[in-house]
Design a binder for this molecule. Structure first.
Ligand SMILES: Cc1ncc(C[n+]2csc(CCOP(=O)(O)OP(=O)(O)O)c2C)c(N)n1
Ligand SMILES: [Mg+2]
Length: 355
């Protein structure tokens, strides 16, 4: 029988440089730690530059993931390449951690077909915008892997608000009953746009929900990349051992707007945001590496410079994509095109050509 009592305490590895000491993570050497930092910086740079590109009108509305990088980097580092990732819009750039070109993700936010990738190329499913609908997809894929006797598992990323959606409960229940090798990774940033956590659930913690589906629930500091890595690694080990799914609640506080179209100043706790910014995840990991003597200034600058250059190259590549054929709007949508299809398409082409 699964151990279903959730851990209420937040797991932490990174200390505060004062009273709270740093911990160690088995199996991560110095080079692995620097690689984690490189990935964190890539994701941070992607996110910060994307807000700028949005303001310059170069990408559309963008869902900011500032201070969510540790969840994404820590969790993906605990997976093997064969494992499947099911991202929500908050993890739009998670494919970068699997070698997806940055320009592909930028193209997605530009609404350009060059932003569509074949999920099987990276084992990264399409970015899911409808809340929680990818949770049953991930449960089904994971169950399928088990039925085929394959060792791969799946991870689904979703928010605190998603735990109020039917699809979350259906996917979690299915995974629990069929012991699907699935990690349910909840980014609890305490807001669903302007709806606060206390209006979302009457449960004491989101991890408590795991008990209802017969799976362990774990709570982790969402800004501690090493604690997230460790918790995900444990969950993946359970999944591969045939012990079924795990629910991970990574706790943070959203320190940026929900998206570029949002003005949180009318609802958010500004002091709490400032506090969260002071303990944001990239800076905390820098502190950890500094204390271990692993991050000399030159290396840090080099890593930041590489990420900034990669973003410049990627936006240039995304902007160099030729305009897509307007027929793409319809070619996958209509099983039986109406009689007026050819004439309508010709008119659309004429309108677009006239600018
Ligand atoms: C099924 C569905 N209902 C409503 C929305 C509109 N919507 C977009 S983001 C969002 C909030 C989701 O919050 P949460 O699950 O906490 O994720 P976060 O954005 O905080 O990462 C909502 C309600 C949607 N995308 N899909
Ligand atoms: Mg949320």
């Amino acid at each position: 029988m699964a151990q279903t009592l959730p851990e209420r305490e937040l797991r932490r590895v990174i200390g505060d440089g004062e009273a709270q000491p740093d911990g160690e993570v088995d199996g991560l050497g110095d080079e692995d730690l620097v690689e984690l930092y490189r990935q964190l910086v890539l994701m941070r740079t992607y996110d910060e530059r994307s807000v700028v590109y949005h303001r310059q009108g170069r990408i559309g509305t963008y869902a900011i993931f500032w201070n969510h990088e540790a969840m994404q980097v820590g969790a993906v580092a605990a997976l093997d390449d064969e494992d499947w990732i099911f991202p929500s819009y908050r993890e739009s750039a998670i494919g970068l951690l699997r070698g997806m070109p940055i320009s592909t993700v930028l193209s997605w936010w530009r609404g350009h077909p060059a932003g569509w990738w074949n999920p099987a190329d990276y084992n990264v499913a399409s970015i899911c915008v409808p809340i929680a609908t990818h949770v049953p997809h991930a449960a089904g894929l994971a169950w399928g892997k088990r039925l085929r006797g394959e060792s791969a598992c799946a991870i689904a990323f979703f928010g605190d608000g998603a735990t109020s959606e039917g699809a979350f409960h259906e996917g979690a229940n299915f995974a629990g009953v069929f012991r699907a090798p699935l990690v349910l990774f909840c980014n609890n940033n305490q807001w669903a746009i302007s709806t606060p956590l206390e209006a979302q659930t009457a449960a004491e913690t989101l991890a408590d929900k795991a008990a209802g589906y017969g799976m362990p629930g774990v709570r982790v500091d969402g800004a501690d990349v090493l604690a997230i890595y460790e918790a995900t690694r444990d969950a993946v080990a359970r999944a591969r051992a045939g012990e079924g799914p795990t629910f991970i609640e990574a706790v943070t506080y959203r320190a940026a707007p929900h998206a570029t179209a949002d003005d949180p100043s009318v609802y958010i706790d500004a002091e709490r945001v400032e506090e969260e910014k002071r303990r944001e995840c990239v800076g905390r990991f820098e502190g950890y590496l500094d204390r271990r003597g692993l991050l000399p200034d030159e290396l840090r600058d080099e890593i930041r410079g590489e990420a900034a250059q990669a973003m410049r190259d990627a936006i240039a590549r995304a902007e160099a994509e030729p305009d897509p054929d307007p027929e793409l709007l319809f070619s996958h949508a209509l099983a039986a095109p109406p009689r007026s299809y050819d004439a309508d398409l010709a008119e659309l082409r004429r309108i677009l050509a006239d600018g």
